[in-house]
Design a protein around this ligand. Structure first.
Ligand code: HEM
Length: 132
């Protein structure tokens, strides 16, 4: 047991573990580079304010990793509602997100943790099949 003044019991967040803000920014930059280069996905981002979108994604990823920024997850529904996103396209984006984290040597446990959060917001992002 240590009572030294500098001792801390604060658990290191996944955010700190992967290198904090610079790592998150790099992950988001790479993610949108891949999404815009994918011909199945690029059209969704036509006319979108990309710096603003990246800023929100940085906030979301920071939030998910236990970092200092909050992002109201309930905003995801309204943000994607008009886009009519299919499950296949959702999966494509989620796979790119996992791939980017892997590329940046993020530990697999954290990638899986992020993946669970992405899965939990899938219903907010994917359009329900139209009732006929
Ligand atoms: C995989 C899970 C996804 C997450 C976590 C996510 C996250 C986000 C976030 C944080 C925003 C910004 C919302 C705001 O303005 O506050 C956003 C907007 C947007 N997302 Fe996603 N997204 C996902 C999937 C997708 C998919 C699958 C597509 C299309 C294939 C997509 C296309 C867009 C577009 C075009 C916008 C901009 C909407 C606008 O400003 O009008 N997203 N997304």
């Amino acid at each position: 047991m240590s009572d030294s003044p500098g001792a801390t019991t604060t658990a290191t967040s996944a955010y700190d573990l992967i290198g904090g803000a610079p790592s998150v920014r790099e992950a988001v930059d790479r993610l949108y580079t891949y999404l815009l280069a994918d011909e199945q996905l690029a059209d969704y981002f036509d006319g979108i304010d990309l710096p603003r979108l990246k800023g929100h994604m940085v906030m979301l990823l920071t939030h998910v990793l236990g970092g200092p920024t909050a992002y109201p997850v309930e905003n995801l529904g309204p943000a994607h509602a008009r886009l009519n996103i299919s499950t296949a396209h959702y999966q494509r984006v989620a796979q790119y997100a996992a791939g980017v984290l892997f590329e940046l040597h993020v530990p697999m446990d954290i990638i899986l943790q992020v993946g669970q959060v992405l899965a939990s917001v899938q219903p907010l992002i994917v359009a329900e099949p139209a009732a006929v």
